[in-house]
Design a protein around this ligand. Sequence first.
Ligand code: ARG
Length: 457
Amino acid sequence: MIEKPWGGRFKGKTSRLVEDFTESISFDKRLWRYDIKGSIAHARMLAREGIINRDESKNIINGLREIEKEIEDGRFVFRPELEDIHMNIESALIEKIGEAGGKLHTARSRNDQIALDLRLYLRDEINEVLLLIKKLQRVIVTLAERNIDVIMPGYTHLQRAQPVLFPHHLLAHIEALNRDIERFEDCLKRLNLSPLGASSIAGTTFPIDRVSIAKELRFSGVTENSIDSVSDRDFAIEFCGVASVLMMHLSRLSEELVLWSSSEFDFIEIPDAFTTGSSIMPQKKNPDVAELVRGKTGRVYGNLITLLTVMKGLPLSYNRDMQEDKEAIFDTVDTVKESLKVYAEMFKGIKIKDKNMYNAAIGGFTTATDLADYLVKKGMPFRKAHTLVGRIVKYCLDKGKTLAGMSIKEFRAFSEIIDSDVFSCLSVEKAVNDRLSYGGTAKRNVLRRIKRLKGRL
Ligand code: ARG
C-alpha cells in the first residue's frame, strides 16, 4: 500500500469512494511537464540559499529528470490514491532517491505549486493560441488579396444595405481577431508572475529567494501577497473570458459561412474535405465544421461560467473547490486551438462565387444611398433626398424596375435637379470606390490595409 504524503495525522484509511471522488490525477497529469520544471527550479533555489545541500539538490533534479523521461515514454504509473500530479511526482521521487526526495517540498505547498503549474501551462498555451490566430489571419488575408475586386452586398439586419468589397468584409473579421490577440497578450502580462514561495498561505520561515526562481522560469516578476497568490484564479478566468470573445468572433464568422454556402446565398463553396454528407439525403453537403465551431462556442462560454461560479463564494485563500478549475481550463484550450486549426485549413480551400456575390450586390437597391448622396451634392438637404429616393425605390418596386433601369424621364419626374449623370452614381463599382473615407470600403483603402496587415503578420 502506498503511504499518503499527508498520512501522518490519520489513523483511519481513506475510503475508496473518497479517493475516487477527490483525485485529480486523471486530468491534472497533463501538467506534469510544468510541475517538474517548477520543482527543478525550486530545488536549485533551495540549494543556492543553503536550505538543502548541493548533493541533495543534484539528486532531486536527477530524480525529477528520470521521472520526466518515464512520463514522456509512457512508462510512469499515475496513481489515483496519490490524488494529484504533485503528490504522484513527489512520491515517485522519494521512491527513487530516498530521504533527499522528501526535502523537495521544503518551503513549498501544493497550493503555490498548482498556482505555478497553471500559470506556466497557460503561458505556453496562450503563446500557441496567438500563433494559431495569426496563422488563420494570414490565410484570410490571402483570400482577401486574391479576391481584391470582388463586390458583394454589405448587410445590416441581414438585409442588403450597400455594396462593399468582399475583401473589406473579410478584413472586418481580421480586425476583430487583432483585438483578440491584444486581449490575450494583455492577459499574459498579468499571468506572467510567479506565485511560488507563497507556500500554503502565509509565506515561509525559510530564507527563500522568490525572484531568482521567477527569473529561471522566465516570469516577469513575482506576485505580491502570499494569500492572494494561492487564492487567485482570475488569470484563468481572464483567459476563458478572452477565449469566449474569440470564440464569439469565430462563431459569427461560422454563421456567415453557413449562410453563404446555402443555396439561398450561394456565395461560397466549402471544400469537400471540410464538409459532411447526410445519412439519408444524398444531395446534401453540410457545413458541419462551421456549425461545430459555432456550437463549441457554447462550451467555452460554459467553461467561463464554471470558473466564475466555482470561485464566487470562496473565502480566501485556497479551497479544494479550486481543483474544479482544471477541466474547464483544459477544455477551453483544446476547443480554441482545434477551432483555429481547422479554420485555417478550411479557409485555404474556400471557393468564392464572385458572380453570385456581384449579382446580389447589384440587386436590392444597394446604391440607393448613393442616389441620395447625388441629390445632396446637387444641393438638396439629406433628409429630403432620403425621402425622395425612398419614393423612387417604391416606384421601382411597383414597376418591377431597378434604379439603373429607370429612364432619365422617369427620374426627372421625381426631381428636376436629376441629370443624365445620375447613372454613374448607380454603379456598385463607383459606390464602392467612392467610399474613400478612412476605413471605408474603397479598393485603395482595402489594399493599403492588406499591405499593413501583411507586414505585421
Ligand atoms: N489538486 C489540487 C488542486 O488542483 C492541488 C492543490 C491541493 N492543495 C490542497 N491543500 N489540497 O487544486
